[in-house]
Write a protein that binds this ligand. Structure first.
Ligand code: ZN
Length: 499
């Protein structure tokens, strides 16, 4: 009631002041000639324009002061009326208003990318507001934005002091340490952040990645379990990732030569994710070692059904190392019927036929592959078939040369960064992604070697009659190169494979 009355009065005063000011100015016709005449209460005053401006400014100041005093008077009157805290609240309100204004301006500056301005506003806000958690958070972000890392670090450390901002401080420091590549400190910070907020998905992922990187497989499995419990990871993905971790654990233990433990983990990894190839081979090998070839065969067959892979074939061979090539062919028939049309099945069978010197059957196995998806492996097998059947040297070399320029076939490729890995690893060697490797062909750009096709004519020693026999890819216009050591190397490899 009192306040609205004051507001009305104030409005009237302002209107009166403005209108009388305008009247004086209109009266002073010679304003631009150097003086203003004004008559107040019968007395005539003469002022210069500079004096007039000063007077106006003074008037504004007086009005501002008047408003302040008025507001104070209102508070005093409230105090007299019995509100004990009215006066102190009057001053606090003023400071708070200024503080929050600075805070909101600072946040706007932050959003518009003005780091330094945001920093200034944060400092101003912290002077007026007794709320260090809020102003420090703004200041830290402003410092980050303006690239002042040491200032940001200092503020993050301040944030650690208060329970409500501790997480923000830890997370800020964690990000800085990750940028610096300081893995050990980052891991400790991530563990601390995780203990404060175990449900924070970003922290869960960061912690998991750091644990995988530092090979803390036990810790990583715990983190993974928390993720599953909190529903931030689907059950089947958890199973697969847990298998990868169990496998990594097994590999780690194997290096320390505690093979019993390693076997347990490998078998567990295989149980969790039967189609994880490295887990299946490792489990199979530990079964072979402990004299359980039937278990080994079962593990490999299950994995082969999901994804035929050369490592599985190798482990399957190891079940009976002393058998003859014919016996092996017979035993592999069990694998073959699980995925008869798969590329890997055909290649494995063709290689076994080569070993058994059944060249015609080998050719039959890979015939389809040569038409649809020729790669270095199938073309090399073809060269061996040609040699085995007593084909012309030039023809053999033709196949080998073609193999040089052909795609490499599937490899362990990271789904994130497309880096090829010679061996499966739980963490990508390039982008450090966890469980990102899959057995696929690399993207087209990476596939063929630049030398292969140019070298072909010379490697093949191409002539009119052999040209027709060779695959179409070969370019007879190619330039001369004097090296054919590469082909010899492959040839030797083939000869050793067939014998
Ligand atoms: Zn990667």
């Amino acid at each position: 009631m009192l306040i609205s009355l004051t507001k009305i009065l104030l409005f009237i005063v302002i209107v009166v002041l403005i209108s009388s000011g305008l009247a004086y100015l209109l009266d002073a016709k010679d304003i631009f000639l150097g003086e203003i005449k004004a008559t107040i209460a019968g007395t005539e005053y003469i002022v210069t324009p500079v004096q007039a401006a000063l007077l106006l400014a003074l008037l504004c100041a007086v009005i501002w002061l008047f408003l302040k005093v008025l507001s104070l008077i209102v508070s005093v009157m409230k105090f007299i009326n019995g509100e004990d805290t009215a006066i102190s609240r009057h001053f606090t309100r003023n400071r708070e208003r200024k503080g929050y204004q600075a805070l909101s301006e600072g946040m706007l500056a932050l959003a518009s990318g003005e780091g330094q301005l945001a920093m200034d506003k944060a400092n101003k806000a912290s002077r007026f507001l007794d709320n260090p958690s809020l102003t420090n958070v703004l200041a830290a972000q402003a410092a980050e934005l303006s690239g002042n890392r040491s200032k940001a670090e200092e503020i993050y450390k301040n944030l650690l002091q208060m329970p409500e901002t501790r997480f923000v401080g830890v997370r800020g420091l964690l990000k800085q340490k990750l940028e610096d590549g300081n893995v050990d400190v980052a891991l400790k910070l991530a563990e601390r952040a995780f203990s404060i907020k175990p449900k924070h998905t970003e922290i869960q992922d960061t912690l998991l990645q750091l644990q995988a990187k530092t090979e803390d497989w036990d810790g990583a499995r715990k983190t993974l379990r928390t993720k599953l419990k909190q529903g931030s990871l689907p059950r089947d993905l958890h199973k697969r990732r847990d298998a990868v971790l169990a496998l990594s654990q097994a590999r780690g233990i194997m290096e320390e030569d505690q093979s019993v433990n390693a076997s347990e983990h490998a078998i567990e990894a295989n149980r969790l994710s039967p189609d994880l190839v490295p887990a299946a081979t490792m489990a199979a090998r530990s079964y072979i070692k402990s004299g359980k070839p039937k278990y080994a065969a079962r593990v490999i067959q299950k994995a082969w059904q999901a994804q035929p892979h050369p490592d599985l074939a190798a482990a399957f061979s190891e079940i009976a190392p002393d058998e003859t090539p014919d016996q092996r062919l017979k035993r592999f028939a069990n694998l073959r019927k699980l995925a008869p049309e798969h590329r890997e099945t055909k290649l494995a069978m063709a290689e076994l036929c080569l070993a058994a010197e059944d060249f015609e059957k080998a050719r039959k196995e890979i015939d389809g592959l040569l038409e649809n998806e020729p790669d270095a492996r199938s073309l090399t097998i073809m060269a061996a078939v040609e040699r085995g059947e007593g084909g012309a040297d030039k023809l053999v070399r033709g196949w080998l040369a073609k193999a040089l320029g052909a795609p490499r076939g599937p490899q362990w490729i990271c789904e994130n960064c497309h880096t090829a890995h010679a061996q499966w690893t739980p963490v990508c060697e390039n982008c450090e992604g966890f469980d990102t490797l899959s057995w696929t062909s690399p993207p087209v750009a990476n596939m063929s070697s630049s030398t292969g096709l140019e070298m072909l004519p010379l490697l093949v020693g191409i002539s009119e009659e052999s040209e027709d026999l060779l695959p179409d890819v070969i370019d007879p216009e190619g330039k001369t190169i004097t090296e054919d050591a590469e082909v010899d190397k492959i040839e030797t490899a083939i000869t050793s494979r067939t014998t």
